[in-house]
Design a protein around this ligand. Structure first.
Ligand code: BT5
Length: 265
């Protein structure tokens, strides 16, 4: 990847500027700083390698050089979007899922911020916000996608099984064996731009819900590192929180926070 090729590949999208780095600590760090300095809506920071990529709660996200997509999109919410900040992770995950479906893959969205293929994590989304008083000024949506097999960290660094597009395609009946990183980046950004106006609509929630991983299955749940009741995944609430059924048959919801789900074995 390089700056010129990246800009050429994305030239038909109405982005608010593009910054490219062969190597950086974290595209989210750069995008947060750029947003604070007044970057435009849809400004993009992309890197070939991250040396200190971040997940939620300061967990690490690994991006070796030449193997993955790692980018952060700055969004400046307007109007009702300001009331739907928790849905931005879903917007990112749904955009990645729809982009992968173009290649006839069958992604699932592991609430709130992962995209799975064959039940293993191929993508993580980190949506961070900059506030101005009570109002959200910017959302920085960081997205990492494992494209080549070398992008997948070793098992001891993982808290959930991980995979790459290369591994999934190799094990599939599909004739396609690779997905070009720039085409995929273009498809994800295009899907995100197309979905954004629908973020508060039934269409959007349905699109997320139909791709929800573990629907109808029992999962273990941790919130902020503490286990809570196991639950059967039922669906999504209007605000994007996850609706589950407890073992004694009562519905309850999990809101956004540092939440982890894992299927019960
Ligand atoms: C996430 O957090 O999944 C959000 C990841 C966001 C990464 C993007 S890349 C561009 C932008 N710049 C950044 O610095 N970040 C964003 P979380 O749900 O907390 O998952 C983190 C966990 O995923 C780690 O603790 C590992 O277990 C696992 N992990 C780390 N690297 C991985 C990889 N390449 N593939 C799959 N899993 C990984």
């Amino acid at each position: 990847m390089d700056d010129r090729i990246l800009k050429a590949a994305l030239r038909d999208l109405p982005l608010g500027g593009i910054l490219y780095f062969d190597r950086t600590a974290s595209t989210n760090d750069l995008a947060m700083a750029w947003a604070a300095e007044g970057a435009s809506d849809l400004a993009l920071v992309s890197a070939d390698e991250q040396t200190a990529g971040r997940g939620r709660g300061n967990r690490k996200w690994i991006t070796p050089p030449g193997t993955a997509l790692a980018f952060s999109l700055i969004l400046r919410p307007e109007g009702m979007e300001r009331k739907s900040v928790p849905l931005f992770s879903g917007l990112g995950a749904l955009a990645v899922a729809q982009a992968l479906e173009k290649y006839i893959l069958k992604p699932e969205i592991k609430w709130p911020n992962d995209v799975l293929l064959n039940r293993a994590k191929v993508c993580g989304v980190l949506a961070e916000t900059i506030w101005s008083g009570e109002e959200v000024e910017s959302v920085v949506m960081g997205i990492g996608v494992n494209v080549w097999a070398e992008s997948v960290p070793s098992t001891e660094l993982l808290n959930f099984p991980a995979t790459s597009l290369e591994t999934v395609l190799e094990g599939s009946q599909l004739t396609i064996r690779t997905i070009d990183r720039l085409s995929l980046l273009h498809d994800i950004l295009k899907a995100l731009l197309d979905l954004r106006p629908y973020m508060l609509s039934d269409f959007f929630l349905n699109a997320l819900e139909t791709r929800l991983a573990f629907r109808g299955e029992w999962v273990e749940i941790w919130v902020d590192g503490q286990p809570v009741l196991p639950g059967k995944v039922e669906g999504l609430e209007r605000d994007g929180s996850l609706r589950l059924r407890s073992p004694d048959g009562k519905d309850f919801s999990i809101h956004f926070g540092d939440v982890h789900l894992r299927p019960m074995i």
